[in-house]
Design a protein around this ligand. Structure first.
Ligand SMILES: [Zn+2]
Length: 421
């Protein structure tokens, strides 16, 4: 079982269960979309818990939350640790929340040591909750971390709209976030994120701690087929220009092309919007969100050369028009070597032989690392690799291992045990 924290009230399972209950429905997992009222509640619970533990709370204009421990003084450099509190629709309890709350737990523990004179910090620590990591409600994902590190303009982020055409700016205002509040820390010297693996490699290897050395590239492309609305009854078949049929052919052609030539790439068509979405109207517009993920961007490019003609053919065969509505590439990333070494050594000294591995999924740590902020991503096992599903689970002893390693790493970094840069 989890050990109790040193500071009174820093009981990890209690805060974890409290946050996990926000947006939870029996059998339906947790739905806490970015900047929803549920997200607002989780943010408040997190902020109150951190403030009780001695933190000063701030947020920036895109809603990233910072629980700040200014141990080494105003002008000292910063370390960040965190993840995200937003979830997918019907998501799990661990994705994101584990990283934020474990970092909060570690920070509270270290703060108690600081007050007792048992921490000798040369860096400050902020626990961060990044806005809209999941990209479920607003695309692109990793919104808050991308804005923080300058990869996405604040105005562009705030103008993002959900399916109901609510702008992120207005959604944030509705939960009380309207501009910057409090003093937001500057760019940190290092960022550490603990996250559930969302795969099976740790369990297969019999390890409790994974250290991510690199992440896969991802190409996310939105294709829109436009046909012509018509009555589903009397309209002669030869006159129909059915955008949904085009999308269906496009999805099948995408899968066939990639599976035959690049079977190692992970691929999906996971979102479809049809208009006008009436049973009696031939579909006028069909928009599909495609993803391709692989170890390097070159393979994604080569696959792309096959896919685009397939999408065009789907349009030709149905008399529709095809356009690329969005196309973004997230490069493969190598995480920071010096930090990897520090996490590895720290894990070993705490009795955990770590597995060095790659992450297929993107995480906030990747956005920060890609912008030049030295970052480390620590994985703990996911039972059966289940992720983005209500049954997502990391066993208590694995959570404990993650907490132990994360706390030890943050202690070393705050005390200056290693220069991350
Ligand atoms: Zn996550």
């Amino acid at each position: 079982m989890l050990s109790a924290g040193k500071s009174p009230g820093s009981n990890f399972p209690a805060i974890f269960d409290e946050v996990a209950s926000i947006g939870a429905q029996p059998g339906e997992g947790v739905t806490r979309l970015a900047a929803s009222s549920e997200d607002g509640m989780a943010r408040s619970v997190f902020a109150n818990w951190m403030a009780e533990g001695g933190a000063r709370i701030a947020h920036d204009a895109v809603g990233n939350q910072f629980a700040c421990f200014e141990w080494a003084g105003k002008d000292a450099p910063w370390i960040f640790a965190g993840s995200h509190l937003d979830t997918q629709p019907r998501g799990g309890r661990f994705d994101g929340s584990l990283g934020v709350l474990a970092a909060g737990y570690a920070a509270r523990d270290l703060h108690a040591d600081f007050l007792a004179g048992c921490l000798d910090p040369i860096r400050n620590l902020a626990v961060v909750n990044w806005t809209n990591e999941e990209g479920a409600r607003f695309q692109p994902s990793l919104t808050g971390s991308a804005v923080f590190c300058g990869a996405l303009a604040l105005e562009d982020a705030l103008a993002l709209q959900d399916v109901g055409t609510v702008a992120l700016r207005d959604a944030l205002a509705a939960i009380g976030i309207d501009g910057e509040n409090g003093e937001v820390p500057p760019q940190p010297e290092a960022y550490i994120e603990l996250h559930a693996e969302q795969g099976r490699k740790l369990l297969e290897a019999g390890r409790r701690i994974g250290i991510v050395e690199g992440t896969w590239a991802a190409r996310k492309t939105t294709i829109k087929w436009t046909g012509r609305a018509a009555h589903t009854g009397p309209t002669p078949m030869a006159d129909r220009r059915d955008a949904l049929l085009a999308a269906a052919l496009g999805i099948v052609a995408f899968e066939a092309a990639v599976a035959s030539s690049f079977p190692h790439l992970h691929r999906s068509a996971a979102r479809l919007v049809v208009e006008p979405n009436s049973p009696n109207v031939v579909v006028d517009r069909a928009t599909v969100w495609f993803e391709l993920r692989g170890p390097n961007a070159e393979d994604l490019d080569r696959a792309w050369q096959l896919i685009v003609p397939a999408f065009k053919k789907a349009a030709e065969d149905t008399g529709t028009r095809m356009e690329i509505a969005a196309d973004t590439l997230r490069a493969a990333a190598n995480m920071e070597t010096a930090l990897l070494a520090l996490v590895e050594e720290t894990a070993r000294t705490r009795g955990f032989e770590p597995l060095t591995m790659h992450s297929v999924a993107g995480h906030d740590a990747v956005a920060l690392q890609n912008s030049g902020i030295p970052s480390a991503l620590i994985f703990v096992p996911s039972v059966d690799g289940i992720a983005h599903h209500p049954e997502e689970l990391t066993q208590p002893e694995d959570v404990e291992a993650g907490l132990v390693v994360l706390t030890a790493v943050l202690r070393r970094l705050s005390e200056g045990g290693c220069h991350a840069g």
